[in-house]
Design a protein around this ligand. Structure first.
Ligand code: DX5
Ligand code: ZN
Length: 223
């Protein structure tokens, strides 16, 4: 599939979300951060706003659910038409059942790992997923500093995916910018979420193109 860029509207003006979507037509996905004030110490938006966004943009929507009990709440985002729905494994009661349910509803199933959550215990579960999200900040807020300590996990996740011959996308989210995206791509990520680096730029679409070019160059095999 190659490099994909998913701007996070968490860094956009919440009163102008449709315009924010329009300003990133060069993107592959629109990343929507759903937070419930329980799983993370922040409250953002939920299903009604996602439904309105789905009607307002042609970009596929990548829902990142930072919520408790995704087993109960995540399927509705798939039913609404999100192209990808990612739940946190730390919050899920039955991640395999949930991933299967999401896929059965016709969406891509994603599973997210917080910085301190290792990937190895989930090696046998990767086949049930379409995307693994390795968080590169503690989830909850945009504009945080990229955590380099997460990169070895990205590398190990890529090795697990390649070793098993899986067609699984590897997403990074948090502090991804022109300064850090190359390191992520070199480690094996292929889907890049960027909030402040895109919506904090004068021209969000140009920022998307720039990030894509950097990631594509860094993804090229060396030698
Ligand atoms: C953080 C969210 C991210 C956030 C990234 O919990 O999951 O998607 O918007 O923002 P930046 O790119 O500014 O770190
Ligand atoms: Zn996110």
């Amino acid at each position: 599939m190659g490099v994909q860029i998913a701007p996070s509207i968490l860094s956009a003006d919440f009163a102008r979300l449709a315009q924010a979507a329009e300003s990133v037509q060069a993107a592959d996905w629109l990343h929507v951060d759903v937070m419930d004030n329980h799983f993370v110490p922040n409250l953002t938006l939920g299903l009604p706003v996602v439904e309105s966004l789905l009607a307002a943009t042609d970009l596929p929507i990548d829902c990142h659910l930072m919520i408790e009990d995704p087993d109960r709440w995540a399927p509705a985002y798939a039913e609404a038409g999100a192209g990808s729905v990612t739940f946190h494994v730390e919050a899920a009661h039955a991640p395999v059942r949930l991933a299967r349910e999401l896929r059965a509803l016709g969406t891509r199933a994603g599973m997210a790992l917080k910085p301190a959550t290792p990937v190895e215990p989930y090696a046998d579960l990767l086949d049930e997923l379409d995307m693994l999200l390795v968080m590169t900040v503690e989830p909850g807020f945009g504009g945080q500093k990229f955590l380099d300590l997460c990169l070895p996990k990205v590398r190990r996740a890529r090795e697990l995916v390649s070793g098993r011959g899986l067609d699984l996308w590897l997403q990074v989210d948090g502090g991804v910018s022109a300064e850090t995206i190359e390191r992520c791509a070199e480690a094996g990520a292929d889907v890049f979420v960027a909030g402040s680096a895109v919506f904090g730029a004068d021209d969000p679409d140009r920022a998307v193109a720039h990030l894509r070019a950097l990631a594509e160059e860094a993804s090229k095999p060396t030698g």
